[in-house]
Ligand binder design. Sequence first.
Ligand SMILES: Cc1cc2nc3c(=O)[nH]c(=O)nc-3n(C[C@H](O)[C@H](O)[C@H](O)COP(=O)(O)OP(=O)(O)OC[C@H]3O[C@@H](n4cnc5c(N)ncnc54)[C@H](O)[C@@H]3O)c2cc1C
Length: 407
Amino acid sequence: MECQLVKSMMRNQSQNIEQSQSFLPSGSMVEDWEVIVIGAGPAGSLAAIQLARQGIRVLLVDKAKFPRTKVCGSCLSGKAIKVLKALKLDAALLAAVPLKTFRLATCQREVVLGTEGGYAISRRQLDQQLATIAQAAGVVFQDATTASLGNLREGMREVILTNKSERSPTVRAKLVLVCAGLGNADLSGSLPVNESLMSNPSIGLTCLLPPDGRFEPGQIEMSVHRKGYVGVTSVEDGQINVSAAIRKQTLGGSQRITQVIQQVIGEAGLTVPFIPESTRWLGTRELTRTVQIPGAKRALVLGDAAGYVEPFTGEGMAWAMEAAVKVQPFVNQALSRWDPIILDQWTKICRKQSRSRQRTCHWIKRLTARPILIRSAIEVLRSFPALARPFIHSIHGKSNTSLEKNK
Ligand SMILES: Cc1cc2nc3c(=O)[nH]c(=O)nc-3n(C[C@H](O)[C@H](O)[C@H](O)COP(=O)(O)OP(=O)(O)OC[C@H]3O[C@@H](n4cnc5c(N)ncnc54)[C@H](O)[C@@H]3O)c2cc1C
């Protein structure tokens, strides 16, 4: 496979990652690892932590300089919490805010549902904590370094690393885990990943606003509009996390992102946050894509990079974490000997998961494209809040669904 050199990225060393170290001793031509993990989001960090705990030599690389913010609603579902607890990673949640209510609104009608089991935590905080835990477990973490897949040589997969100033010598591993999220464009040229995009895609957007006394901690405020939907929640330091999935075509022309977001929230009937002119929005490429083959020889793709759906239900991080657990036996198998069946079986697992998620995604997309249907659902839930229980239960596990407020 063709080597692909990717563009330089950011600074070399994060001051906040005290134990970051040079992964390649000067003078050596190639450094061998058992596993190289590309991307330190929830999928990558959790995969790396579990492997390091087994004594496996792992290099974890991220193109961003940590700590970094990221497009996300910053709400961990009960399912994600379950995975973190099962892996004894609760320490990452110390600062997190427990979620108590989910406020859903459209066309000036709203319903507030009680919910338990989830937490709000900024991605800056969560991902930094997980990277720190990974290092404590023995993972070598290199941030501000972009990775791309290289050739197969001598039973190893080469990886080319680039940082701001220079291209590092090639590293290689028996297996590479590609956990590069939606922003995996750097890798798409080097993997035979055949992606397909759904029609009328949305793009993801996030900004963090200074603390605002009008937003109750522990509450998710979700506004639905024909242009898309916006979630607002307070995170651990009181900042307001605003995230949205907005239909790409409605963002065209001269309309500015802030105006569209404020319109979506205002027309739904919820509190419109003050968004200063200088606000920096982070954006994604088009959401909702399917990936036909999540990997190649000695490389497996997981998390968002293996297929992505609408973020309405806030389950993306739980799915990424679950994938990091499911991939473990495949890694162990690949470390003893690569067999094409590893990729076949991993593809089956990813396809099965992606099929059921895409179904949910189609359903949500249809519903959110017609706010009148959401409005009808809100009317029903105002009278029969218990009907929301299966939906909330599927996201958070344990639930306490109650009608708290009408408008
Ligand atoms: C608008 C929006 C709101 C959302 N809200 C929620 C929510 O509230 N709750 C929830 O659970 N999920 C939510 N999600 C989904 C969630 O953000 C993702 O599903 C989750 O982050 C996926 O984790 P991951 O580890 O697969 O990838 P990511 O978290 O995206 O991590 C990928 C990492 O790889 C790095 N990377 C990329 N390319 C390279 C490269 N070439 N070399 C080195 N590093 C690379 C990136 O810098 C990044 O750090 C939301 C998504 C969107 C778009």
